[in-house]
Design a protein around this ligand. Structure first.
Ligand code: ZN
Length: 170
């Protein structure tokens, strides 16, 4: 799960990308050879119609910032924006003030180390084994925090130049 800080009605563009139904193709996400993608695509795929290549709408770079839920909660807390609910909005001046405040705050309490929760196997009543997946939680270092603050500031700058009045997240 993730949270995206977003500029409402931000400029978008169409992009052609390999469809996930063709991820069995050896060239998937590397060289993306069209014939190979088509060969591995699902004939009835509603996204690519069996071609292995789909057209998707993307938000123009610099108009959104995506973080995993845990890191978004830390960033929202640092910004003193509502971090209880991971959905919200704020005016551009309020976000700009929040960023300025965050830049002048001791940020040591808003980082976290990366952790790995190892899988634990247990035997079920019917004799089968249940193995929970490993859980990897990425860290959020002081440098990461600095980077996300700078990128959020870029989103606010672009939003203002675009004529938007607020940032939303969720
Ligand atoms: Zn497809």
């Amino acid at each position: 799960m993730s949270v995206t800080f977003h500029v409402p009605n931000a400029p978008r563009y169409s992009n052609t990308e390999p469809c996930l139904c063709a991820q069995g193709a050896p060239s998937f996400m590397t060289s993306n050879i069209p014939d190979e993608l088509r060969e591995h695509a699902w004939d009835e795929c509603p996204h690519c119609h069996g071609t292995g290549i789909e057209t998707v709408e993307r938000t123009q770079q610099g108009f959104e910032l995506n973080l995993c839920n845990g890191n978004a909660r830390l960033l929202l807390a640092l910004l003193r924006l509502d971090d209880e609910c991971l959905y919200g909005s704020a005016s551009l001046p309020d976000v700009r003030r929040a960023i300025m405040f965050a830049k002048n705050t001791d940020r040591s309490g808003f980082t976290r180390d990366a952790t790995v929760g190892r899988a634990v196997a247990r035997q079920c009543d019917d004799g089968t084994a249940f193995i929970a997946p490993n859980v990897f939680v990425g860290g959020f270092s002081a440098d990461d925090l600095e980077d996300r603050l700078a990128r959020l500031e870029e989103v606010v700058d672009n939003a203002q130049a675009f004529g938007a009045s607020e940032i939303t997240w969720g």
